[in-house]
Design a binder for this molecule. Structure first.
Ligand SMILES: *[C@@H]1O[C@H](CO)[C@@H](O)[C@H](O)[C@H]1NC(C)=O
Ligand SMILES: *[C@@H]1O[C@H](CO)[C@@H](O)[C@H](O)[C@H]1NC(C)=O
Ligand SMILES: *[C@@H]1O[C@H](CO)[C@@H](O)[C@H](O)[C@H]1NC(C)=O
Ligand SMILES: *[C@@H]1O[C@H](CO)[C@@H](O)[C@H](O)[C@H]1NC(C)=O
Ligand SMILES: *[C@@H]1O[C@H](CO)[C@@H](O)[C@H](O)[C@H]1NC(C)=O
Ligand SMILES: *[C@@H]1O[C@H](CO)[C@@H](O)[C@H](O)[C@H]1NC(C)=O
Ligand SMILES: *[C@@H]1O[C@H](CO)[C@@H](O)[C@H](O)[C@H]1NC(C)=O
Length: 665
C-alpha cells in the first residue's frame, strides 16, 4: 500500500517536474500537444498553426506546465518555423513563442493581437506573460519597428526590445537580413540565464549553424513575471491577409542548453505556393493549348498552301495518258521551283525552264504555258500523246506533260546549245558558227520537215519554222523544236475570229488570205530560214540604225540575185569562209521556197534532194508573177495589218477533227 502511494507520488513528481522535452516533429509523441483554434498537427507531424483562412487564431502548448522556482528560472529553447504567404510579401500576422500561466486563450483576438491578447488584456501586469514575437506586419499601435521583426514582449505586444529580422553569418562576418515570411524554414533560439538576467534571441536560416552573435539580448528580471507553474507554447494568427504558419520541431530545457533538434527527422513543409503553382499550371496548360491550336492552324495553313501550290488538274479521260504525265511536284523540284536562274527563254506562250528530273536524273526543258480554256484540252492532250511518238534525230523530243488550273506544262529534251538565232544574230562582228555547221544545220532542219510532211503516219505541219525554233544539241546538230502550241492557240480562240498562226515575216502570202496552213506554207518559212542562215540577218527590220526605210531580206536577196550578185548577201561575219557553191545553193533555194505562189514552191522532198545534190536546182523565175506584179515587199509590207499571232507558234498536228492533209496534197 505504502509502495503504491510512493509510486504514485514518484510518477506525480516526475510529471510535475519536467525540465526538458524535444519534438523532432509532433507526430506520435507521447506528450500530445494542447492545440486550439485552427492549429492542427498534419499527418506527417508538421504543426500547422494557421492556414490561409483569414482572421483566425491558433494556439499550441506543451500539455503540462513547467515549474519555475525562485532563483531557478533559467531556460533554453529552440524551434524551427516557416511562414508561407499566399501572395509573396503579403502576410499576416506572425508566430509568438509564449510562456503563459494558462492555455486558455478563448478571449484573445487575431490580427494585430496575434491570438495573445485583446484590447482590454494587452499590457496588464496580471498577464504574467513572457513572449518572443516573430511579427510580419507593422502595427503602429504597438510601436512595431517594421513589418519583419523579432521582439521581446512582457505582458504586452509593445515590445521591450525588437530588431529587424537578421542573423550574423560567422563565415562572412556580416549581419544578413532575413525575410521571415519567405516560406523557408528558420530556426530560433531563446535563452535566459537567471545569473546575468539576459534574455537572448537568435534567428538564422535552417541551412546555417547557430550564429555566435545574438539578434536580441535584453536584461530582464523574469522572476517578478514568471509564476511557479507556467505553460510554454505558441500562438499565431491571421488577419486580413493570411499566411500558413508552421512549426517543424521544438526543444525545451530548464536545466542547461536545449537539446539540438535532429534536422533530418523534421517533417517536411507542404509544397510551397501550391495554389500559385496550380494557377500557373492552368495558365501553362491554357497557353500550351493555345500554342498547340496555333501550331495546328499553321500546319493546316501550310498544308493547304502546299496542296494549292502543287495542285494538278487530272480528269478521268486523262487516265490513258498517265504514262506521259509528270507530276507538278517533280517538275517543281526539277526546275528548283521555276527559279529565274533556270530560265532558258521566254516565248509568246510562256517561259521555258531548264531542269533535272530527280527520279531519272535527266536534263529536260520545261515549258510553262498559260492556258485558260478547258475547251479542246482533251484533243490537245491526245495530240501531245501522239507527238510523243514522233521520233527523228532532228526533232526535239517531247517527253510528256502536266496539267494544272490555267496552266499546261510541256516537258522536252534539253538542248544544251540553245537556239540557233542566238548564234546567228547575237555576235560582235565575228561569226561563231562556221559554214559547215550552218550547212549541216540546214540539212537537219530540211530532213526534219520532210519527216513531218511526208514520212510519218500523218501529215504534221510545223507552222512556225524559224531560226529561233531551231535548237542545237551538244554536237551542234539542228533539232526542230516547239511543239503543238499553235494548235493550242487555235483552241484558245474564238473560232469566228481569224488568226494567222506563225511569225510575221515567215507567213506565206496565201495563208494570210485563207488562214489555211499547208506544207507549202512551211516550205515558205523554210525559205526564209535559209536566207537567215546564209545572210546572218533577220527577215525584216532596219538595215542600220540611221536607215529610215524598212528592210526586207527577201527583197534584197532577190534584187542581188537579179543583178547576178547573189553572194553579196552572204553573212559578212563569215569573212568569205564558205563554199561558194553551197552558199549559192542555199540562197537560191531560199528564194525558190519563197515563191509567192504556193504551187511554184518545191516540196520538202525536193528541197532535201537539192541540198544533198541528187537533183539540180531549177532556175528562179526572173519575175515571180509578172501579171499581178506581186513582189516580196508587198507581202511583208501588209504584214502589220494582219491579226497578229502571239509571235511564236509552232508545230501543228493536223488531227482528224481539223483539215487533214492527205499525203500528196
Ligand atoms: C525534480 O525536482 C527536484 C527538486 O528540485 C529534483 O531534486 C529532482 O531531481 C527533479 N527530478 C527530475 C526528474 O528532474
Ligand atoms: C483552415 O483550417 C480550418 C480548420 O482546420 C478549416 O476549417 C479551414 O477550412 C481551413 N482553411 C483553409 C483555407 O484551408
Ligand atoms: C519581397 O521583399 C523582399 C525584401 O523586401 C524583396 O527582396 C523581394 O524582392 C520581395 N519579393 C516580391 C515578390 O515582391
Ligand atoms: C473563456 O474561458 C473562461 C475560463 O474557462 C470562461 O469562464 C469563459 O466563459 C470563456 N469565454 C468564452 C467566450 O468562451
Ligand atoms: C550585427 O547586429 C548586431 C545586433 O543588431 C549589432 O550589435 C552588430 O554590431 C551588428 N554587426 C555588424 C557586423 O553589423
Ligand atoms: C546572453 O548573451 C550574452 C552575451 O551577449 C552572454 O554573455 C550570456 O551568457 C547569454 N546568456 C545565455 C543564457 O546564453
Ligand atoms: C528580481 O525580482 C524579484 C521579485 O520582484 C526580486 O525579489 C529580486 O530582488 C529582483 N532581482 C534583482 C537583481 O533586482
Amino acid at each position: 500500500m505504502i509502495l503504491v502511494v510512493v509510486l504514485i507520488l514518484a510518477v506525480h513528481t516526475l510529471a510535475q517536474n519536467e525540465t526538458h522535452f524535444i519534438y523532432n516533429g509532433f507526430q506520435g509523441s507521447i506528450n500530445k500537444l494542447h492545440v486550439d483554434g485552427i492549429a492542427t498537427v498534419l499527418p506527417n507531424g508538421l504543426l500547422q498553426m494557421t492556414n490561409y483562412s483569414i482572421h483566425k487564431t491558433s494556439h499550441a502548448f506543451y500539455p503540462h506546465p513547467v515549474t519555475f522556482r525562485p532563483n531557478r528560472i533559467s531556460f533554453s529553447t529552440t524551434f524551427v518555423f516557416a511562414m508561407t504567404p499566399q501572395v509573396p510579401n503579403h502576410s499576416g500576422h506572425g508566430i509568438v513563442f509564449v510562456i503563459s500561466p494558462t492555455t486558455n486563450f478563448n478571449d484573445t483576438l487575431p490580427s494585430a493581437y496575434i491570438g495573445l491578447f485583446n484590447p482590454s488584456t494587452d499590457g496588464l501586469l496580471t498577464n504574467h506573460i513572457v513572449a518572443v514575437e516573430l511579427d510580419t506586419v507593422q502595427n503602429a499601435d504597438v510601436d512595431d519597428i517594421d513589418g519583419n521583426h523579432v521582439g521581446i514582449d512582457i505582458n504586452s505586444l509593445k515590445s521591450v526590445d525588437a530588431a529587424s529580422a537578421a542573423f550574423y553569418s560567422d563565415e562572412e562576418r556580416v549581419n544578413k537580413t532575413l525575410q521571415l515570411n519567405s516560406g523557408k524554414p528558420m530556426q530560433v533560439w531563446i535563452e535566459y540565464g537567471e545569473v546575468d538576467m539576459l534574455l537572448n534571441v537568435t534567428v538564422s536560416p535552417l541551412s546555417y549553424p547557430k550564429p555566435s552573435k545574438y539578434l536580441l539580448s535584453k536584461h530582464l528580471n523574469l522572476s517578478s513575471i514568471l509564476l511557479h507553474s507556467m505553460y510554454v507554447g505558441f500562438t499565431s494568427a491571421t488577419g486580413l491577409v493570411s499566411n500558413c504558419h508552421y512549426i517543424q520541431g521544438w526543444s525545451w530545457n530548464q536545466n542547461g542548453k536545449a537539446q539540438d533538434l535532429d534536422l533530418s527527422k523534421l517533417p517536411s513543409l507542404p509544397k510551397i505556393k501550391h495554389h500559385i503553382k496550380k494557377k500557373q499550371l492552368i495558365i501553362f496548360v491554357v497557353l500550351l493549348a493555345v500554342l498547340l491550336m496555333f501550331l495546328v492552324m499553321i500546319i493546316a495553313a501550310v498544308w493547304f498552301l502546299w496542296r494549292k501550290k502543287f495542285e494538278e488538274l487530272l480528269e478521268p479521260w486523262e487516265k490513258e495518258y498517265a504514262p506521259h504525265r509528270y507530276s507538278f511536284m517533280d517538275l517543281y523540284v526539277a526546275t528548283k521551283g521555276f527559279k529565274n536562274s533556270e530560265l532558258l527563254g521566254v516565248g509568246g506562250f510562256g517561259k521555258v525552264y531548264k531542269g533535272v528530273l530527280p527520279s531519272i536524273n535527266r536534263q529536260v526543258a520545261v515549258k510553262r504555258v498559260s492556258h485558260d480554256s478547258k475547251q479542246g484540252m482533251k484533243e490537245f492532250v491526245a495530240e501531245i500523246s501522239s507527238l510523243r511518238k514522233l521520233r527523228h534525230r532532228n526533232l526535239v523530243q517531247l517527253l510528256g506533260y502536266c496539267r494544272r488550273k490555267r496552266e499546261l506544262l510541256l516537258v522536252y529534251e534539253y538542248m544544251p546549245n540553245g537556239s540557233l538565232d542566238k548564234f546567228l544574230f547575237d555576235k560582235d562582228g565575228k561569226s561563231n558558227l562556221c559554214w559547215s555547221s550552218r550547212f549541216n544545220i540546214i540539212k537537219g532542219v530540211a530532213s526534219a520537215l520532210l519527216y513531218l510532211h511526208e514520212e510519218w503516219e500523218q501529215v504534221v505541219l510545223h507552222r512556225d519554222v524559224k531560226a529561233s525554233n531551231v535548237l542545237l544539241d551538244a554536237d551542234m546538230n539542228a533539232r526542230l523544236g516547239d511543239f503543238g502550241l499553235a494548235r493550242l492557240y487555235d483552241h484558245n480562240n474564238d473560232p469566228r475570229t481569224t488568226n494567222v498562226v506563225g511569225t510575221i515575216g515567215y507567213i506565206a502570202p496565201e495563208v494570210s488570205r485563207t488562214q489555211k496552213p499547208t506544207t507549202s506554207s512551211d516550205v515558205f518559212a523554210f525559205g526564209m530560214f535559209l536566207l537567215e542562215v546564209g545572210c546572218g540577218r533577220r527577215p525584216s527590220g532596219k538595215q542600220s540604225d540611221n536607215d529610215a526605210e524598212d528592210f526586207f531580206l527577201s527583197d534584197w536577196a532577190y534584187d542581188c540575185w537579179k543583178r547576178g550578185e547573189i553572194l553579196m548577201v552572204s553573212d559578212p561575219t563569215l569573212e568569205g569562209n564558205y563554199q561558194e557553191k553551197e552558199m549559192e545553193l542555199i540562197l537560191k533555194l531560199g528564194l525558190l521556197c519563197l515563191h509567192p505562189k504556193a504551187a511554184e514552191r518545191p516540196t520538202m522532198r525536193h528541197a532535201v534532194m537539192f541540198l544533198d545534190g541528187s537533183a539540180t536546182l531549177p532556175d528562179i523565175p526572173s519575175e515571180y508573177d509578172p501579171e499581178s506584179g506581186i513582189y516580196f515587199g508587198e507581202v511583208w509590207g501588209n504584214s502589220g495589218s494582219y491579226p497578229s499571232s502571239s509571235g511564236t507558234a509552232s508545230l501543228t498536228f493536223m488531227s482528224s477533227s481539223n483539215s487533214v492533209l492527205q499525203r500528196g496534197c
